[in-house]
Design a protein around this ligand. Structure first.
Ligand code: SF4
Length: 389
């Protein structure tokens, strides 16, 4: 048994362990276990600094989950968009392929609770129909292996999946959606990396939510994957009490970039059953993005998105940078809340009419001062034109 497998075996997962470790009432622990089982491996457990901290909140069952039984089991309609078992085909050229129900840790906010946990939730026997579906759909260029966590498969089983996909000519990209570098970095072994590099291009999408998850071990795991030739991206979820703070998010993004993990998405929390206590307002997310853009490298800025309920897909959300737009110009504000004009041009114009430009596009200090109000105050266009002349 490899170290990571021993650590899975030694996880906190029974009702009695939950009662003993986290002082949960036994009846509540039983109800929580029934709702969504726990798995907290010794590595992730060791990251907890105090009860209720951002690490604890993500992994320790909480009785508030039981107050939210009206939430959706499948908020993203993944099952409706599943033409065959284990496949979700939502976007034209890519599909999600669920290869296991197991994870290195069970996250209390998981969108896929209905699929994750006991092994009956995703049938490994039905992988064949999934392979066949991908083979028959030549528009699929990109397959995202998920679950559960595909790195819960042994190297042997994972290689069988990868080699089978690599026999399909139209599959150009394979992505591994894995939280292992964050929750159980010991899973990233030299043997795994040696195997993976035979099947490039392989991208890894991982999932760090808080700077405390960035440790010596997780840095090493990510660096091993990058050195194997896998671009590694991060998909974080905005969660109350975990990372709904601009400074925390900034620290997370900077640390990710430093270990060569590119911040890719920041998701609003999904409307999934048992997890409404994690949800923040959308304005909170926009405020955080406003504190990131311009203040840290563009490489460290994730796309802030809502994965639209009902399967609408990822929809980007931005702070309000456009203060005014008409046929001739657009007035924008930058990260310091200074305003600028950019002149519009007709698509058919091939020669730039320099006389159309008035001034250098920047607003006067006075105008900027008066329009700082979080970018919400609209600029007076007449005032702007006078100043530009
Ligand atoms: S690792 Fe992913 S699939 Fe598994 S419990 Fe966490 S969020 Fe859900």
């Amino acid at each position: 048994m490899e170290l990571w497998q021993q650590m899975i075996r030694d996880s906190v997962h029974t009702v009695d362990q939950l009662v003993e470790k986290f002082n949960l009432d036994k009846k509540v622990a039983e109800e929580l276990d029934e709702f969504f089982q726990a798995r907290i491996n010794p590595y992730y457990l060791s990251l907890i600094r105090y009860p209720g901290d951002p690490i604890w909140l993500q992994c320790v069952p909480d009785k508030v989950e039981l107050n939210d039984m009206l939430g959706s089991e499948d908020p993203l309609n993944e099952d409706v968009m599943s033409p065959v078992p284990n496949i979700t085909h939502r976007y034209p050229d890519r599909c999600l392929f669920l290869v296991t129900s197991q994870c290195g840790m069970y996250c209390r906010f998981c969108t896929r609770k209905r699929k994750v946990g006991d092994s009956g939730k995703i049938s490994m026997k039905q992988l064949e129909s999934a392979f066949k579906y991908i083979e028959e759909h030549s528009e699929i260029r990109d397959v995202i292996l998920s679950g559960g966590d595909p790195l819960m498969l042994t190297d042997y089983l994972l290689e069988r999946v990868l080699s089978r996909l690599r026999q399909i000519p139209h599959v150009e990209i394979i992505r591994l959606g894995t939280k292992m570098p964050c929750v159980l970095p010991q899973r990233i072994t030299p043997k795994l990396c040696e195997m993976v590099k035979k099947y490039h291009p392989i991208y890894v999408n991982t999932h760090f939510n808080h700077p405390w998850e960035i440790t010596e071990e997780s840095i090493k795991a990510c660096e091993m994957l990058v050195n194997t030739g896998c671009p590694v991206n991060n998909q974080a979820v905005l969660m109350k009490g975990v990372n709904d703070d601009a400074e925390v998010m900034k620290e997370l993004m900077i640390k990710l970039l430093k270990m060569r993990v590119r911040p890719y998405y920041l998701f609003m929390a999904d409307e999934v059953k048992g997890a409404s206590h994690f949800r923040t307002s959308i304005d909170k997310g926009i405020e955080i993005m406003d504190h990131l853009r311009g203040h840290i490298s563009g490489l460290a800025i994730p796309h802030f998105v809502i994965d639209a309920p009902g399967g609408g897909g990822k929809i980007p959300m931005l702070p309000d940078y456009v203060l005014h737009k008409d046929k001739e110009k657009i007035i924008l504000r930058n990260y310091k809340h200074e305003n600028f004009i950019y002149h519009e041009i007709e698509e058919s114009d091939s020669v730039i009419d320099k006389s159309a430009h008035k001034g250098n596009g920047a607003l006067s200090k006075k105008d900027n001062e008066s329009s700082k109000n979080n970018g919400k105050k609209k600029v007076s266009v007449a005032e702007f034109e006078m100043n530009a002349n």
